[in-house]
Design a protein around this ligand. Structure first.
Ligand code: ADP
Ligand code: MG
Length: 326
């Protein structure tokens, strides 16, 4: 059973960045306003995430890293109205099968914090009281210690680090009310947002005025099919050699090859050769129309009405690009 769990977890958690994405989503689900991330060796040696959310009850700690432990799904009908990110209770279990996990957590009614460590999905020893402040700190260490093949398949630590940082940057844009900090273990700060600002302020903080000055906002609403999408997209003046689509669907960071192609197609006639757009897109669709059967850490999604939504988005971007160009 241990081996099977490890293989399943290895398919879900393929690199530190996607473990971190799950941990950030958990912190956001817990209502956190401040999230501090520390990264050692691209997250492979250590990923530490500290939040000021509602914490985890001591009673829930013994089984925290067992599969299907979730506080977010009460009944089947909830599946149809998933308001929070998590709904499968598999992320922590998966992470604890590929790394050592330590949790320190305190709720608002606890008199002290509690500390628990996990390995292979199981609590190690006892839950121990300790000093702390309300919120949760999760430390993930020695990722893939038990899977050298997976470890070797990864890129350099610097590549893993940049992927980790990219996840933090993206959540920082989408959650401008939440303050994010990301730093390396040696102390160097990589990113700090203050919270209580707007996506465009966060974009300016992270990517600089160069990009922030060359963005226009867009907003599309539709009744049939029902969806809304808003975001920021670069003007034709902005030149970048890489194409960026930061996509959140129902507040979940995802990837969609088809939406990315659609966005690139709109820009293709207006950009010089080898230049690419930068787009941040927050799409909200009826939750019953997204494929929820994907793995919790798999980024690529499928959703109904993909074609119609792409088309409406293209029309909006095209008309704004025309007026920007004239
Ligand atoms: P899911 O998010 O799908 O419920 P996870 O494995 O990601 O499953 O997390 C399991 C449970 O652990 C969550 O349902 C939540 O109750 C608790 N949890 C995890 N991280 C946090 C956190 N940072 N703050 C509060 N509770 C947390
Ligand atoms: Mg989760």
């Amino acid at each position: 059973e241990g081996v099977i769990n490890r293989i399943a977890a290895g398919e879900v958690v393929v690199r530190p960045a996607n473990a971190l994405k799950e941990l950030i989503e958990n912190s956001l689900d817990a209502g956190s306003k401040r999230i501090v991330i520390m990264v050692k060796c691209g997250g492979l040696k250590m990923l530490r995430i500290e939040d000021d959310g509602h914490g985890i009850r001591a009673d829930d700690l013994p089984i925290l890293c067992e599969r299907f432990t979730t506080s977010k799904l009460q009944k089947y009908e909830d599946l149809l109205s998933i308001g929070t990110f998590g709904f499968r209770g598999e992320a922590l279990a998966s992470i604890s099968h590929v790394a050592h996990v330590t949790v320190t957590t305190m709720t608002s009614t606890d008199t002290c914090a509690n500390l628990a460590t996990y390995s292979e999905g199981k609590l190690q020893g006892q839950v121990r009281p300790c000093a702390g402040t309300p919120g949760t700190t999760l430390v993930v260490e020695n990722m893939f210690y038990n899977n050298p093949t997976r470890r070797q398949a990864l890129g350099k630590e610097s590549i893993e680090h940049s992927k980790v940082l990219e996840v933090v940057q993206r959540y920082a844009i989408h959650y401008p009310n939440v303050g994010f900090t990301c730093r390396k273990y040696n102390g160097s700060f990589e990113l700090t947002t203050l919270g209580g600002s707007s996506p465009s302020e966060v974009i300016a903080t992270i990517w600089g005025q160069n990009l922030a000055q060359e963005l226009f906002a867009f907003d599309v609403k539709s009744e049939e099919p029902r969806f809304s999408c808003r975001g920021f997209a670069s003007n034709p003046n902005y030149s970048s050699r890489v194409s960026t689509l930061i996509l959140f669907i129902n507040n979940r960071l995802v990837e969609s090859a088809s939406l990315k192609r659609a966005v690139e197609a709109v820009y293709q006639p207006v950009l010089p050769r080898h230049q690419h757009p930068w787009v941040y897109l927050a799409l909200d669709v009826d939750p019953t129309t997204i494929d929820v059967n994907v793995h919790p850490t798999k980024m690529e999604v499928q959703f109904l009405h993909e074609e119609t939504i792409s088309q409406r988005l293209q029309e909006t971007l095209a008309s704004q690009l025309r007026s920007a160009g004239s």
